[in-house]
Design a protein around this ligand. Sequence first.
Ligand SMILES: Cc1cc2nc3c(=O)[nH]c(=O)nc-3n(C[C@H](O)[C@H](O)[C@H](O)COP(=O)(O)OP(=O)(O)OC[C@H]3O[C@@H](n4cnc5c(N)ncnc54)[C@H](O)[C@@H]3O)c2cc1C
Length: 422
Amino acid sequence: MMDRYDVIVVGAGAAGLIAAGRAAELGGKVLLLEKMERAGRKLLITGKGRCNITNDAPHSEFLKHIHPDSSFLQHAFAGFFSHDIIRLLADNGCATVVERGARVFPASNKAADVVHALMRWVGKNQVDVRYRHKVEGLHVSDGQVSGLKVHTPVGSRTVHARSIILCTGGKSYPATGSDGDGYRFAAAAGHLIETPRQALVPLETAGNMASRLRGLSLRNVKAVVWVNGKPTREEFGELLFTEFGLSGPIILTLSRFVVDELRNHNQVELALDLKPALSETKLDNRLLRDLKEHATLRMESIFRKWLPAELVPVFGETTGVAAGTQGQRLSPAERRRILLLMKDLRFTITGCRPFKEAIVTAGGVVTTQIDAHTMESKLIRNLHFAGELIDLDADTGGYNLQLAFSTGWLAAEACMRQCERE
Ligand SMILES: Cc1cc2nc3c(=O)[nH]c(=O)nc-3n(C[C@H](O)[C@H](O)[C@H](O)COP(=O)(O)OP(=O)(O)OC[C@H]3O[C@@H](n4cnc5c(N)ncnc54)[C@H](O)[C@@H]3O)c2cc1C
């Protein structure tokens, strides 16, 4: 390791690999520091090991999936977008395919191939990559960063650079190495940090109903979030019951907003519509028809025609309909209770799962203190940010990784422009 570089990139995740590779491609002497024993630990577990690399949606659609201020990314996306990462990966041996919802995956279905391709590119561009090198703090003086302190396997030392790009990620899944160090460095440099909080995270519910149903996955249901007695948001799709509450795609998508409502001490409930394709009238007609057709069957058998087997005891208990009641003996009031439960199976949300189970971290370095054209700090010269460390997060679908790639690329280009000027 030399004493002085053009650019030091901290963190060999999605943003850091792109930032380091691009700065070196533009001719910079680049050092990439990673505290873990290898690069891209989090990348390897993305998309359940398949890595949903990006999303093929047009720009305007893409922006709708980014929170809280997608306009901050206009320049980053203009410089490096989904087709660019697809091309870069293809050039380095990782072909991709587009799946349902415009989600882009490696054709091999292996996240490891994405990491290999990025590492091949980083290697080709002669980035000096160091593992088990944990950055401990930045050297800042006179409003400018000049280097950092790094703990190496043989002791601590200081390394200098013209520019530093912090790509340390958020604080979710800390076992991958992203455990919030970057927030400390940015705060020590004077940056405001929007409180980090879990996003894309399973939710916890009151009572034991979810736990009784754990393992059950429901497709084509509608989940409506009620805040202080008012419906506020809804999602349609698949959900999963767990030991602690609710998970699955639609719950993860809603979780970002639910977590904020809970933080504001609002009362949050989640209502499941198990038959979203049928209006109450149509559903009632269907129930009546089935009850007539199976007049002598016991209700426990009729319930099975309407619901997954796991839900039958829950419906029996909650509606007070005895399992042995014959279809023809069901009263209109009992039928009404069944119908209402099918359209509104309600859970009180008590919290969310911890950071170690959150797919991304919302919050981070506030965007108002970062120049959107360069990713440079507006407070400290030559200090840049990229990736999840910034107060930006996105829905599932490949948007989070693209955000990291695009900000990493933009930061690297800005650093190298600065180097040329000096
Ligand atoms: C289970 C799971 C599945 C996901 N699936 C997808 C998906 O399919 N598609 C998608 O778009 N997004 C997905 N995400 C989100 C996505 O992985 C992240 O948003 C993205 O990796 C963020 O990139 P990053 O470079 O900012 O941070 P990271 O990828 O987290 O990288 C940060 C790196 O910095 C290193 N580091 C931290 N502190 C220091 C330090 N002090 N010194 C040196 N190194 C340090 C860390 O070890 C780490 O390697 C998933 C996340 C999880 C947890």
